[in-house]
Design a protein around this ligand. Structure first.
Ligand SMILES: NC(=O)c1ccc[n+]([C@@H]2O[C@H](COP(=O)([O-])OP(=O)(O)OC[C@H]3O[C@@H](n4cnc5c(N)ncnc54)[C@H](OP(=O)(O)O)[C@@H]3O)[C@@H](O)[C@H]2O)c1
Length: 254
């Protein structure tokens, strides 16, 4: 059931980079990993560039998810490389978090975070939908899952409305929370509409992870998180359609 063709956003660092790394190490690695980042030529992308130099199945794609022109160019490039094949797995991983409390939040910061975390995910899915549909059509006999066609939105426990009282005092992150709650709704809507096309849509909480975003005091390493995510992706099925799941496979309440 391993996906053959995968696109992941935000691959130059953090969870995105580790996903690329561990996918390459799988016993049955994908035929193509479209690893996107905003500035492929930047020296800060050294690790990703090194991986791409050593692995022919990595295709580096430049993509700023909030920019329509960048999405159009990325789509054209991916289509060329797919050469008629479909895309089995689209992971909307790129995201931002800004300090934000009820007292300090302002419109500019709120809109910036919403634009990246929600609008970026929406535009990404719109752009690559034809390739996800194609993958589902290639495998009509397969059940819903990542081996067929799936859209994963990287969400967060902080977007869970039910869980908010447990952490709001320590981690207010207001604009981020609101954006991930909206991303959860987007995922739910996508799951309802795209199920008829054979595409599984699920929101994913990767854990509190030691990355630039999660910080050094986060609960788990990026290696642990991604190991769990890959196992979880492998086990995704129809029952995970339109829900929020964590890196260990547990359902998180909305
Ligand atoms: N770390 C955690 O504890 C945690 C917990 C829950 C959920 N998550 C979610 O997991 C995902 C990955 O998080 P992370 O910890 O790996 O974060 P990270 O280390 O801060 O990396 C974020 C990635 O997103 C990219 N990005 C940001 N804005 C973008 C845009 N407009 N267009 C394209 N790429 C963009 C960044 O690219 P640049 O290098 O160019 O900025 C970077 O590659 C995020 O969606 C995050 O919300 C993380």
């Amino acid at each position: 059931m391993a996906p053959q063709r995968i696109l992941i956003t935000g691959c130059n660092r953090g969870i995105g980079l580790e996903l690329v790394r561990q996918l390459l190490e799988q016993p049955n690695p994908p035929k193509q990993i479209f690893a996107t980042c905003r500035n492929p030529d930047s020296p800060q992308n050294q690790e990703l560039n090194d991986l791409a130099a050593k692995n022919q199945n990595i295709v580096l794609i430049k993509l700023e998810v909030t920019d329509a022109k960048s999405l159009e160019e990325a789509t054209t490039q991916v289509e060329k490389h797919l050469n008629g094949a479909g895309l089995n797995l689209l992971i909307s991983n790129a995201g931002i978090l800004q300090p934000s409390t009820l007292a300090t939040a302002d419109a500019e910061e709120f809109l910036k975070v919403y634009n990246t975390n929600v609008v970026g995910s929406l535009l990404l899915a719109q752009s690559f939908l034809p390739f996800l549909k194609k993958a589902a059509q290639e495998n009509p006999e397969k059940p819903l899952g990542c081996g067929k066609s799936a859209l994963i939105n990287m969400s967060s426990l902080l977007g869970s409305i039910e869980k908010t009282p447990e952490s709001f005092c320590f981690h207010p992150q207001l604009s981020y929370r609101c954006s991930k709650a909206a991303l959860n709704m987007l995922t739910r809507c996508q799951s309802v509409d795209y199920q008829k096309d054979g595409i599984l849509c699920t929101a994913l909480h990767p854990g509190w992870v030691q990355t630039d975003m999660g910080g050094p005091n986060a609960a788990i390493t990026v290696e642990e998180s991604v190991k769990g995510i890959i196992k979880m992706l492998d086990n995704l099925s129809e029952k995970h359609s339109g829900i929020l799941v964590d890196w260990e496979g547990n359902t998180v309440p909305w």
